[in-house]
Design a protein around this ligand. Structure first.
Ligand code: SF4
Length: 497
C-alpha cells in the first residue's frame, strides 16, 4: 500500500510538519510494511507542478494536513488529482477541516474522507482498512466522516489517546533526518492540548485534554536535536510555561545540551518569575510570543480569557531585566474592543518598554465559539479562509483598516529601533501619547509614493523629516534641535550595523 502524507507550507518549504510525522509513526507501528512517504510543498509552487510530483509517487491513498493558510491550494490540488486519477483515495485532516467535515465532503467531490480531531489512531485504522480493499467501507472507524455513494456519513467522535507517549517520537524513531541541511527550525511538542478555552481559538477543541510527553522522552529528543546544532528549536506547546516547574526542568535540559541554538516558545507572562526569566536567557530564548489579545476586561471576559494585570507586569519586567526579545500580541476586532480601547492597551504596553508589540487580525475560525456568537457582537467577517473580521459593533470597518496601517507604523517607529528612543523622548517631553505619534506617522507617511523595494530604508532616512513634522504639529519646534542628535545617532548605528 503506497501512502503519501502531504501538506503545503508557507515561505521556505523546509518546515517540518510534525503532524505528518506523527501520523506516519503511528501507522508504521501498526503496519511496518506500508510504504509511507511524506512530502511538503512550498506554497509558491504551482498546483499543476505539485500534482505532477504527487502522481510520480503513484500513491493509492493520500492524506493532506489542512490549515487556514493552505486549504485553498490543497483543495485545488485535490480536484486536479482526482480528475487525473479517479481511483486515488484522498483524505483530509487538520484544524481547518475537522469542524466542517461534512460541509467539505458535500462541496468537494474529490475528497473521499475527512479525519476529525486527533488524527493518529483514526488515520491508521482508515489506512489499514483501505489497505485491505479499495473502495473500503469506513463504517465503525470513529472520528471519520466519509462519502458512501451519494450519502455523507459521520461516524461518532473518537476520544483522545489516553497517553500521548503512544505516538512514536518522530526524532527518536529516525523518521526526521536531522542531518538535512535545509532544516533550520526544529519543532517539538512537550505537551499536547490546552486547559484554557479562549472563544476565538480552535486548538483546545481539537485537543481538549492536556497530555504531557514524559520528561525522559523530551530529554532524549532534545539531546538528539541539539547535537545537530539547528539554528532554532521551537517548543510548540500552546503555553509552554502552563506548568512553571516542568517548564523550568525542560529549560534546564535544553541549557545542558544546547550547542548554540535559539529557543522559540509561547509563554504566559503571568507565570514568569525571576528564575524562569534567567533560564530563558541562558537557553537563548530570543523568540518569545506572549498573547494578551486585549487589556480591556470586558473584551477578555467575552472571549473567556483570564488575565492578571499585576502578575503580567511583573513577568514583563523579568523579561526586560534579562534583555530577552519577546513579542506581545493583541487582536483587533474582538468583542467590545473599540479602536480607543486598543489604543489604550497599546499605550499601556508601550509604557513597559516591551521588546515588540503586534496587533493581529481577528480570524473567525470554523468551529469556534466566537464564530458562533459573532452576530451578537456585530462581528462581520469573510467566510473564506483566513476568515478575517472586517468590522464589529465596537470597531467600524474604517477603524479596522486604520489599525492595519498602525501596525506598519509600529514596525517602522518601534520595532525597527530607528525611532524608538526618539519616540519615548518625544512622548516624555511633549506629553503626546505613543499612539498619537504612530497615527501622526500614518498621516505623514501617506504623502510618499510607495516603492516596495527600498521602502523601509527610504523612510528611515526620512525620519528626521518626520521628527520635524511632529514638532511642528504639536507646537514643540524647540524639541527638534534637542532630539535630532539622538535620532541621527540611532540612524548611524542602524546603517553601520
Ligand atoms: S488561544 Fe492559546 S491559551 Fe487560548 S485556548 Fe487557544 S491555545 Fe489555549
Amino acid at each position: 500500500m503506497r501512502i503519501l502524507l502531504s501538506s503545503v507550507c508557507l515561505e521556505t518549504g523546509t518546515d517540518i510538519q510534525l503532524a505528518l510525522y506523527y501520523l506516519k509513526g503511528y501507522l508504521l507501528k501498526a503496519k511496518p510494511s506500508y510504504g509511507v512517504t511524506i512530502q511538503v510543498f512550498n506554497e509558491n509552487l504551482k498546483t499543476p507542478a505539485i500534482t505532477e510530483k504527487i502522481l510520480e509517487f503513484k500513491p493509492r491513498l493520500i492524506g493532506f494536513s489542512c490549515y487556514l493558510w493552505n486549504i485553498k491550494k490543497i483543495l485545488n490540488i485535490c480536484r486536479r488529482l482526482k480528475k487525473i486519477d479517479p481511483e486515488l483515495k484522498i483524505v483530509l485532516g487538520g484544524p481547518e477541516v475537522s469542524p466542517r467535515a461534512e460541509e467539505i465532503l458535500a462541496d468537494e467531490k474529490a475528497i473521499d474522507a475527512v479525519v476529525r480531531g486527533e488524527g493518529e489512531k483514526t488515520f491508521a485504522q482508515l489506512a489499514l482498512r483501505m489497505g485491505r480493499s479499495i473502495p473500503a467501507d469506513l463504517s465503525g472507524i470513529r472520528g471519520v466522516s466519509f462519502r458512501k455513494g451519494a450519502e455523507i456519513i459521520r461516524n461518532p467522535d473518537r476520544p483522545l489517546l489516553r497517553n500521548a507517549g503512544d505516538i512514536p517520537s518522530p526524532y527518536l524513531s529516525g523518521l526526521i533526518n536531522l542531518k538535512d541541511k535545509n532544516i533550520l527550525d526544529v519543532p517539538l511538542e512537550t505537551t499536547r492540548g490546552c486547559s484554557s478555552r479562549c472563544h476565538y481559538c480552535y486548538y483546545h477543541k481539537n485537543f481538549p485534554a492536556v497530555r504531557r510527553f514524559s520528561l525522559g522522552r523530551i530529554e532524549k529528543e532534545l539531546k538528539l536535536i541539539l547535537s545537530h546544532k539547528p539554528q532554532e528549536v521551537y517548543l510548540m506547546d500552546a503555553t509552554f510555561n502552563s506548568d512553571p516547574q516542568r517548564a523550568k526542568e525542560i529549560l534546564k535540559i535544553f541549557i545542558r545540551n544546547n550547542q548554540g541554538a535559539n529557543l522559540h516558545v509561547e509563554l504566559k507572562a503571568e507565570l514568569i518569575d525571576e528564575e524562569m526569566a534567567r533560564l530563558l536567557s541562558k537557553a537563548n530564548a530570543y523568540n518569545i510570543e506572549i498573547g494578551i489579545q486585549s487589556a480591556n476586561p470586558k473584551t477578555l471576559k467575552a472571549v473567556n480569557r483570564g488575565f492578571n494585570k499585576k502578575r503580567f507586569i511583573k513577568g514583563i519586567r523579568y523579561l526586560n531585566t534579562f534583555k530577552l526579545f519577546y513579542e506581545i500580541q493583541l487582536i483587533d476586532a474582538l468583542p467590545y474592543q473599540s479602536y480607543d480601547n486598543l489604543m489604550s492597551s497599546l499605550n499601556w504596553l508601550y509604557s513597559m518598554h516591551p521588546a515588540k508589540v503586534v496587533i493581529l487580525r481577528l480570524n473567525l475560525l470554523p468551529g469556534t465559539t466566537l464564530r458562533d456568537r459573532a452576530a451578537g457582537f456585530g462581528i462581520e467577517f469573510d467566510h473564506r479562509a483566513p476568515y478575517y473580521a472586517y468590522k464589529s459593533n465596537a470597531m467600524t470597518d474604517t477603524q479596522v483598516k486604520s489599525v492595519e496601517k498602525l501596525t506598519y507604523a509600529m514596525d517602522r517607529l518601534y520595532d525597527s529601533q530607528v525611532f524608538q528612543k526618539t519616540l519615548y523622548a518625544f512622548k516624555a517631553k511633549a506629553g503626546v501619547k505613543i499612539t498619537t505619534i504612530l497615527e501622526d506617522w500614518v498621516a505623514w507617511e501617506s504623502k510618499f509614493k510607495r516603492r516596495p523595494e527600498d521602502y523601509p530604508e527610504f523612510l528611515n532616512r526620512k525620519s528626521p523629516m518626520f521628527l520635524s513634522y511632529l514638532c511642528r504639529k504639536h507646537s514643540k519646534t524647540d524639541l527638534y534641535k534637542e532630539l535630532l542628535p539622538g535620532l541621527l545617532k540611532g540612524l548611524c548605528f542602524t546603517y553601520n550595523k
